[in-house]
Design a protein around this ligand. Structure first.
Ligand code: SF4
Length: 74
């Protein structure tokens, strides 16, 4: 994963679209809020990560490129 992601916990409503699209990057915790998985094993493609962020109904996922530039939400 070249992109880095951040979940804005206050905005997350637990809709789980991110988990459906990028299950190796996001999961829901016990409070039904998305958290970012930091596994060093299997990873989602950047495209899937961006799509997951774009699928979030509340724009709770921020995506940054390698240079630290925010690429989502625009
Ligand atoms: S898609 Fe958005 S609201 Fe739904 S679980 Fe993921 S971060 Fe939370």
């Amino acid at each position: 994963m070249d992109y880095s992601v951040k979940v804005l916990r206050d905005k997350c409503i637990g809709a789980a679209s991110c988990v459906a699209v990028a299950s190796k990057t996001f999961k829901l915790d016990s409070e039904n809020k998305a958290v970012v998985l930091t596994s060093t094993g299997d990873k989602d493609e950047d495209d899937a990560i961006l799509l997951a962020a774009q699928s979030c109904p509340t724009a709770a996922i921020e995506v940054y490129d390698q240079a630290g530039k925010k690429i989502w939400p625009l």
